[in-house]
Design a protein around this ligand. Structure first.
Ligand code: NAD
Length: 422
């Protein structure tokens, strides 16, 4: 099967290569593969806004809906300078396998706007968010496609999306997005869900390889929603956070960083830059330092053939989507006894699982306590974790291939049962 020319780029190619490896493992007939892998729809929009200086700027936006077999599509919206349709399509494909692995009634989707959000004023950010949602109205809906935050977007952006959609409907439709602020119909625990989920699974992996939290060390790449909550949660469990980085700075101290002080700094300044004049480290070197837990929680393809052999962690917990290239995966496979990989579609699934809880609560207008949300989240993650480890052992394959195999198989079976229309 060829990867489609409509979706180029190395990230889409990576999603395709991962799928091909798993399709070979599952013996999926060649003529069935495109039907499972290729995205169903891709929407490209131009979003014009007035800049603060009075000029007009146009930003390109995307939404890719991967498959419609199991229910509405679901996925985040990314605002980043390097977003393109191939990357968005790859993220949508990964969302499908992630939702299927977690047993959620969704296909995967993803959206994005090619913009560096740090170059926008708050007013411009609101204008772009609202215009992007307005352009997407014909293609989304609470039972069609439900958006959520991702890199460069947050609860506030979701509130603007929800408000814009609702204004056009003439009524409040809070279920159109998840990851909203609690006061606008969001769920307790969603903001923390992905990072806490990462920390929960790290705890399970530590048990498996006989590591205890106290005395263990962690390095976190990316200090946004996922990375900062993972760091705070692990630190509260006794893990020493010895390194952190974001797109502005990287800090390393083997004695341990003060995560409370980091938190206060980022709350005030939004970035890590300026936290300290000491403890700085080359961001690329940070990943290679000896630690028990390495959490890439920023962007794709940060672990590749050039650095994978030099990793010194015991657990690689993939908070980000697609942080490890297929070439690096081959090496990690040879290092299975040294490095316990928690693959992205398992490791960061806490976000979409609690998004599902938020959607269900919104549809029913019946809201749960934070304890209920968290208990159900950890149950769901535990089930997926057990399935992945069981499958990896049974088939003698990597954790990534086991997770992907379960996800792909679930979608494939649903398609087979529904049949091919007409
Ligand atoms: P965010 O925008 O809140 O934070 C991203 C962080 O990464 C920022 O601190 C940014 O400075 C940093 N960063 C960007 N490029 C970097 C680089 N080259 N090196 C180091 N740091 C860099 O985004 P987020 O929501 O935390 O998402 C992070 C990752 O987690 C993404 O891959 C996203 O797809 C994935 N993810 C997020 C969620 C969620 O619920 N937010 C759920 C599942 C997966």
């Amino acid at each position: 099967m060829q990867s489609s020319s409509a979706y180029g780029g190395e990230v889409f190619d990576m999603a395709f290569r991962q799928f091909e490896a798993v399709a070979n493992h599952l013996d999926i007939p060649t003529d069935e593969r495109q039907r499972i892998f290729l995205p169903k729809r891709a929407v490209v929009v131009s979003c014009p806004i007035h800049r603060d200086d009075g000029s007009t700027a146009v930003f390109q936006g995307y939404r890719v809906q991967h498959h419609l077999t199991l229910g509405p599509t679901k996925g985040g919206t990314r605002f980043a300078a390097n977003v393109d349709v191939g990357e968005v399509a790859a993220l949508a494909v990964w969302m499908s396998w992630k939702c299927a692995l977690a047993g959620l009634p969704y296909g995967g989707a993803k959206g994005g706007v090619t913009v560096d959000p740090h170059t926008l004023s708050p007013r411009e950010m609101e204008a772009l968010s609202r215009r992007y949602m307005q352009e997407m109205i014909p293609f989304v809906g609470p039972h069609i496609d439900v958006m959520a935050p991702d890199m460069g977007t947050n609860e506030q952006v979701m509130a603007w999306f929800m408000d814009t959609y609702s204004m056009y409907q003439g009524k409040t439709v809070s279920e159109i997005v998840t990851g909203k602020p609690v006061e606008t119909g969001g769920t307790l625990g969603r903001r923390e869900a992905t990072g806490r989920g990462v920390a929960y699974l790290v705890g399970q992996a530590m048990k498996k390889i006989n590591l205890s939290h106290s005395g263990a060390t962690a390095i976190i790449q990316g200090y946004g929603n996922v990375g900062s909550i993972a760091a705070l949660t692990l630190a509260s469990q006794g893990v020493r956070i010895i390194g952190v980085s974001d797109h502005t700075a990287a800090f390393y101290d083997p004695k341990g960083l003060d995560v409370g002080a980091l938190e206060r700094h980022v709350r005030e300044r939004r970035v890590l830059r300026g936290f300290s004049n000491e403890m700085t480290i080359d961001p690329a070197d940070l990943l290679l330092q000896k630690c028990d837990v390495l959490v890439p929680a920023a962007t794709e393809r940060v672990i590749g053939s050039e650095n994978v052999s030099k990793l010194q962690c015991r657990i690689l917990a993939e908070g980000a989507n697609g942080p490890t290239t297929p070439e690096a995966d081959e090496i990690l496979d040879q290092r299975r006894d040294e490095i316990f990989v928690i693959p992205d579609i398992l490791c960061n699934a806490g976000g979409v699982i609690v998004s599902y809880f938020e959607w269900v609560q919104g549809l029913q207008q019946f809201f749960w306590s934070e304890r209920e949300v968290m208990d159900r989240l950890y149950q769901a993650l535990q089930r997926s974790y057990d399935q992945v480890l069981g499958r990896a052992k049974r088939d003698n394959i990597s954790h990534r291939n086991a997770a992907l195999a379960i996800g792909v198989e679930t979608v494939m079976r649903a398609k087979a049962t529904r049949g091919l229309f007409p």
